[in-house]
Design a protein around this ligand. Structure first.
Ligand code: P6P
Length: 319
């Protein structure tokens, strides 16, 4: 791009998916339809969140979701938008949402070959203070297209996911998602991201790792080079920064949900050349025992995650 010339090879998500799909001879276009339903939902949700401040919709409904967390009205709205858009795409069979206690089995006449696990509005406790929030989703293809639409089609390990994504920003001017980082590779900055208010719950491996980042030995020039601490408290924001800048994001213990938070983010980070683990095993190899099962998660630059895994090996070996 010469200085001053307008960039003309703008690729929208629809074009990008179609170009990817054309590379697969047997592609039916169904996955493109599913992803377009997700992007349409994200545009609608983004619009609702922006309008919420004006409509004063913000405020607790007093209800509780399956996680016994107080629910914001926007959570309910976002969930209904996602479910209705995915069902009416006619390409989905089973849906799992953070907002619904049970899996949703799409009626026969609307059923398709894809299953989605999603958090319609992750980080919603941050809505009132304007921190970025977003939608996280992971997509599976049903195991058997003749018998599509059973729990086993979605209660699976992360490595079976065919696609995953999150929505955090939308270009409100043209209302499109634009390809900004083709062939995305994770950054290499020295940043660590964890809620240190939970330090009293950290096991010795996490304690030792975090300490090593804050008080590293002098580098080869004898300089003291601690990592920077960054923590938003909204997974889409913390993982997006980790993807673009590098470093490590951690939520030790079991708060984040495997199907619709850990697996999609693990798939994305691995696709960008990073690593994701529960400290002992590759995140995507885990098999969730239930649809809202939780896991500890460490994701980011390979060498950072490998340091943590080595500390867990020593901890388990009693060293
Ligand atoms: P804590 C938001 O509520 C969320 O589910 C994730 O988006 C975020 O990473 C995490 O919880 C923050 O949890 O305990 O640090 O407030």
């Amino acid at each position: 791009k010469e200085h001053g010339e307008t960039k003309t090879d703008i690729v929208t998500i629809t074009n990008h998916i179609l170009m990817q799909q054309q590379q697969h001879a047997g592609a039916t276009g169904d996955l493109s339809i599913v992803i377009n339903a997700v992007t349409a939902s994200c545009k609608w949700i983004s619009n609702c969140v922006r309008k919420a401040e004006l409509m004063n919709v913000i405020g607790l409904t007093g209800g509780k979701n399956v996680q016994q967390e107080s629910v914001q009205k926007l959570d309910i709205l976002s969930n209904e938008i996602m479910i209705n858009m995915l069902k009416s795409s006619g390409r989905t069979a089973v849906l799992v949402s953070e907002e619904d206690d049970q899996a949703i089995f799409v009626e026969d006449n609307q059923r398709g070959h894809y299953c989605l696990a999603f958090d319609p509005l992750d980080g919603s406790s941050n809505i009132d203070c304007g921190v970025s929030i977003g939608t996280i989703f992971g997509i599976y293809h049903v195991l058997d297209t003749e018998r599509k639409g059973e729990l086993k089609d979605i209660l699976r390990s992360g490595k079976d996911m065919v696609a995953a994504g999150y929505c955090i920003t939308l270009d409100p001017n043209i209302g499109e998602f634009l390809l900004t980082h083709p062939k995305m590779r994770i950054g290499k900055k020295k940043i660590y991201s964890v809620n240190e208010g939970n330090a009293h719950t950290f096991d010795p491996a996490v304690k030792s790792y975090v300490h090593s980042l804050k008080f590293p030995p002098p580098n080869f020039e004898g300089k003291f080079t601690p990592y920077s601490a960054r923590y938003v408290g909204s997974m889409v924001s913390d993982v997006h920064r980790t993807l673009l800048y590098g470093g490590v994001f951690m939520y030790p213990g079991g708060k984040l949900r495997m199907l619709y938070e850990c697996f999609p983010m693990a798939l994305i980070i691995e696709a960008a050349g990073g690593k994701a683990s529960n400290g002992r095993q590759r995140m995507l190899d885990l098999l969730p025992p239930s649809i809202h099962a939780r896991s500890g998660i460490f994701l980011g630059n390979k060498e950072e995650v490998e340091k943590i895994e080595e500390l867990y090996r020593k901890l388990d070996a009693g060293e």
